[in-house]
Design a protein around this ligand. Sequence first.
Ligand SMILES: *Cc1c(COP(=O)(O)O)cnc(C)c1O
Length: 367
Amino acid sequence: MTYKVPFVDPIKHYHRLKKQLFKTIDAALSRGDLVLRGQLKSFEKNLAKLVGTKYAVGVNSGYDALHMSIEAAGIGPGDEVITVAHTFMATISAICNHGAKPVLIDIGQDFNMNMDLVESAISARTKAIIPVHLNGRVCDMKRLMTIAKKHNLIVIEDAAQALSAKFRNKTAGSFGLAGCFSFYPFKMLGAYGDAGAVTTNNPQIAHKITLLRYNGEDRQTRKFYYHGYTALLDNLQAAILDLKLKYFPDWVQRRRQIAQHYHQGLSELPALTLPHFTDKKYFDVYQNYVIRVQNRDQLVKYLDKNGVETLISWRTPMYKQPSMQPNKIHLPETEKICCQVISLPMNTEITLTQVKYVTKTIRQFYQ
Ligand SMILES: *Cc1c(COP(=O)(O)O)cnc(C)c1O
């Protein structure tokens, strides 16, 4: 069915950028710029600048960014890595695929890692922590970095949903040893295929991932130093991302504005908890606008019937998925949130009239 308010609007987005996209793609293809060319280098330079790190290394996906950061950091069999269950499976799979053990802890009211629970999850085997900056909001990195320093642990940030989100004026992906980004088509900065990047201030990490992404080969010496992967950020996708990056700051402002309008239209409803946290230390970018509601499944049906498309991320905690069975993990807040969350339409194409329609429909449901 076609929705009055679709969850995302890739067609409208495409038509808005079509002319420049064609120019960008044509420029690359007419010059034969296919692999590891100037477009990739330019994007990496601009991304590093945005995040505030010395290096950015373009890779094939957010998952690749995570798993190669884990490998480059020397995390492997026997090591424990603390992270959350309320995340995309890729965060956890990246740990498991290197033979390490994910130690999942619960989240707080802002959907991010509950910092009160980190220290009690640390054991003699703990090697790293992977905080996930979910929905466009950075975790409390001051507390996390303090804990990590005290226990001598590596921090790798899953910043796949938090490009340009800030905490105390520092940008997601610039706190830990490495920051991992995804440019999956429906992320805030989306390619037309899979894409990702690692940001870091550490030259060894940047160098190792640069080799790992290209089968372990050092392009200068033409020697293979590692058994790596075919996981390079495609040059054409990099060209597209570099073009989109020019508009990105405006898109962030737009998302924040839409969030404000959702807030205005919904803040009176006691059945809802909105993702507005007054703490001025945080600059949220609203990759997703996720609310907690009563009677969630009925509300979803009602919105759908009235032409509003929504999404539920996620209906079950990751540790209940078949790939993670069996285990005895039980995280009360994570389980509660799975029954309450619903993501409202949030994208740069949505009009304020559409936002008003969504809030009106939700108010109608609760009246
Ligand atoms: C999207 C996402 C990933 C994985 O990114 P891909 O590019 O799809 O591999 C990892 N973690 C989080 C939190 C994400 O949202």
